[in-house]
Design a protein around this ligand. Structure first.
Ligand code: C5P
Length: 222
């Protein structure tokens, strides 16, 4: 199968030297890419700026901003069987980007922010999509409840929920603990483990789901 995976944070420029970003390391998305490759799948990895080595054998497409990531996903989604949107795309970006460095002032400085385009949502709303769609929900509270809401709102097939309230799991950490929510209400938990181990399980779950989804679509009515 062909996997499209987004990973890492995005950087939304304020001026030539400053940006808005978040603590995403990209480790979970890169681990999923490695696990998919190891299982014999093809991988297109669309990545924000991270300090990780490119997985050998993946097609790596750098996407520094949310907009660049959106364009890259739009270009490659239809050639994929499974789209796993694991990147922590910035939710907001500066309304205006200064072409010169903004000078320090002694007064209060207000930065106007506007929402970025929600890539997962834009794929979920497409009625004609032929690929399985997986989202990630990084939550600090009411993790499962918020993830279930997101699954419905963004119309995806699977939502992987992780609790990012502590420093020993989730963002930046090498460890994670996830709950996988399916469209039909089914739920699976993977207890705390190295992101590599979680990634291996996730790849199995995603590819099984996609196989079943394609089988259903290919049923012939005589
Ligand atoms: O709503 P929230 O940003 O928490 O949703 C998280 C999910 O949505 C993740 O799968 C993330 O990759 C995706 N997302 C996206 N584009 C955005 C924001 C989030 O694809 N602009």
């Amino acid at each position: 199968m062909t996997f499209l995976i987004t990973a890492g944070p995005t950087r939304e420029p304020i001026d030539p030297v400053r940006y808005i970003s978040n603590r995403s390391s990209g480790k979970m998305g890169y681990a999923i890419a490695e696990a998919a490759l190891a299982a014999g799948h093809e991988v297109t990895l669309i990545s924000g700026p991270v300090n990780l080595e490119a997985p050998r054998g993946a097609r790596l497409i750098p996407a520094p901003t949310g907009e660049a990531m959106f364009d890259a996903v739009r270009e490659h989604a239809d050639q994929s069987d499974i789209c796993v949107l694991c990147a922590a795309v910035a939710d907001y970006k500066p309304a205006n980007v200064s072409s010169t460095k903004i000078k320090k002032q002694s007064e209060k400085f207000l930065l106007e922010l506007i929402p970025t385009c929600d890539i997962l949502n834009s794929l979920g709303q497409r009625r004609d999509r032929q690929f399985a769609l997986v989202g990630f929900a990084a939550e600090t509270d009411h993790v499962e409840e918020n993830a279930a809401k997101k699954l419905r709102a963004k119309n995806c097939d699977i939502m992987v929920a992780n609790d990012v309230s502590g420093s020993d799991s989730g963002m930046e950490s090498d460890m994670n603990e996830v709950t996988i929510l399916f469209r039909d209400g089914e739920k699976k938990k993977i207890s705390r483990a190295q992101k590599e181990i979680i990634a291996r399980e996730l790849v199995k779950i995603f590819s099984n789901f996609a196989t079943k989804m394609f089988d259903k679509k290919n049923v012939m009515i005589n």
